[in-house]
Design a binder for this molecule. Structure first.
Ligand code: BG6
Length: 489
């Protein structure tokens, strides 16, 4: 699609407009879309919340949010344009009759109503019923929601059922913000637009794959949410499994939402279950203790503000995943994710197999295998580690491992790399469901993750301590060492 494509303008209604998600992410992303002329000129943004604000005071709140979270100066000209889109409605979301106010604002003739549920899931039922009773929805209306979509399969089904009472599946846009990240999307290009990778993406040529999503931050005052959730549900059930599906799914027939969803679901169904029988050998749970991040002391998980000092919630998880299908048989996928790691780093490492024979033995005893490293954040880019001859005419051929380095910021200097939210909000406004999650996909991911969570409970496996500022418990090194491998450092 090109920037010149025209789309129907929208009435974007944000429920929970005064909440954290709206202020930190949604309003900021919408302003950025405005800046780059990516919003239809007639699109309106209607903030809905229960506090006693007016459209004027909501505009002030939006301005303050931009000052706080934009990371660069507000362009006053853009702001003047942006603020004319904003208005506010005070609605107590639990009171069905109050939704009638929407009828006076939303214009289904001219615009598509996009309902962004930026509130806790327990309010979803109220919002759905409120919208239904005031009769403001049309078959064109959409709803957008994001994680947590439940904390297990059962609760996720409950949320999806509530939404399905009012919206058809094709009206529902479930966000995983990792799917809006440029480098995650680039996986499609890398795999399916390059014959080099397309032909070598299989167990015959690939030895193993690693996916690391490390964050240096702790739980950032979110104790209540995080302690009930843990790293497995907060990060692995969604972001890491999404990366995994993009790396390992079969080639979709085309780029349609159906084709991609179908391949992702097939892949998720092929994940070998982890149960109480193999959980100890396949997973490591960790919890950070006090330590140092970039030289600064930080408290341990149990010393965080508001902490329950008995908590056994994991802030780190490492897993060996096996995929039982033709392409990946025998290729382990190691995934790890944790809070309070030494730095923020998201990367995928594809380790190719060793060559069967070494004719350079005189100068290089063990030829290291090729490696493809995809950096998702920070410093988006792709590296290929390969061997080259060191120039020189004296003696044997000498080899050196070198890096073919494609840095996005260097190569695409003129192109701005947008954040995940900007991309996904834009796609929701344009009605393109490709980068959103289907119900079946989420439920399949929960089925696999629930089995791990149950196994941990069954085996009473407490998390292993690791000092903040390290890459997790020693046991996570052992997870790979047992297979004769090591994490990419
Ligand atoms: C969120 C998690 O989904 O993703 C947070 O709830 C986490 O715990 C965040 O910090 C990480 O996102 P990103 O884009 O900063 O890698």
């Amino acid at each position: 699609m090109t920037q010149n494509d025209t789309f129907k303008p929208c009435d974007l209604v944000i429920y929970g407009a005064l909440g954290d998600l709206s202020k930190r992410k949604l309003l900021i992303s919408l302003y950025r879309l405005e800046k780059h002329n990516l919003l239809e000129s007639d699109t309106r943004i209607i903030g809905v919340d229960r506090l006693d604000e007016t459209s004027d005071s909501f505009i002030e709140i939006a301005y303050k949010s931009l000052q706080a979270f934009l990371n660069n100066a507000i362009d006053e000209e853009i702001w003047q344009r942006f603020k004319t889109r904003l208005s506010y409605l005070k609605i107590d979301l639990t009171q069905a009759e109050q939704y009638k106010q929407l009828n006076a604002v939303v214009d289904a003739e001219k615009r598509v109503m996009v309902n962004y549920f930026a509130v806790a899931p327990f309010l979803f039922k109220n919002i759905c019923q409120g919208l239904q009773s005031c009769g403001v929805l049309t078959p064109e209306s959409r709803m957008v929601m994001e994680k947590p979509i439940g904390h297990d399969l059962k609760s996720s089904k409950e949320i999806n059922d509530v939404v399905a009472d009012v919206f058809n599946e094709n009206q529902v846009y479930r966000i995983d913000h990792y799917l809006g990240k440029e480098t995650v999307l680039n996986l499609l290009a890398l795999r399916f637009a390059n014959s080099l990778f397309y032909t070598s993406w299989k167990h015959e040529t690939i030895d193993s794959i690693q996916i690391t999503v490390g964050e240096d931050i702790g739980i950032e005052g979110r104790w209540d949410y995080f302690d009930k959730t843990g790293q497995l549900r907060d990060m692995l059930q969604n972001h890491l499994l999404q990366i995994l599906t993009f790396v390992t799914m079969e080639p979709p027939a085309n780029l349609s939402a159906e084709a991609i969803h179908m391949e992702k679901i097939k892949l998720l169904k092929a994940l070998r279950p982890i149960t109480y029988l193999n959980v100890e050998e396949k997973t490591v749970r960790g919890q950070y203790t006090a330590g140092y991040i970039q030289g600064k002391p930080v408290p341990g998980y149990l010393e965080e503000e508001g902490a329950n000092t008995e908590s056994t919630t994991e802030s780190f998880v490492a897993i060996r995943v096996d995929i039982d299908n033709w392409r990946w048989s025998g290729v382990p996928i190691y995934m790890r994710t944790g809070k309070r790691m030494p730095n923020k780093r998201t990367e995928i490492v594809v380790n190719f197999r060793n060559l069967p024979h070494n004719i350079f033995r005189d100068s290089f005893q063990n030829l290291p295998a090729n490696k493809l490293i995809i950096h998702l954040q920070p410093n988006e880019g792709v590296d290929v580690m390969m061997l080259n001859k060191i120039p020189g005419i004296n003696g044997n051929i000498k080899l050196q491992q070198t890096k073919l380095d494609l840095s996005f910021s260097e190569t695409f200097k003129k192109n701005r790399i947008f954040g995940g939210y900007e991309k996904l909000i834009l796609e929701a406004l344009r009605g393109n469901p490709t980068l959103f999650l289907s119900r079946e996909e989420i439920e399949q991911a929960w089925t696999w993750v629930d089995s791990i969570q149950d196994a941990w409970k069954h085996n009473l496996m407490p998390p292993k301590p690791y000092p903040a500022g390290s890459w997790g418990p020693v046991a996570s090194v052992a997870l790979l060492a047992r297979d004769g491998r090591a994490w990419e450092e």
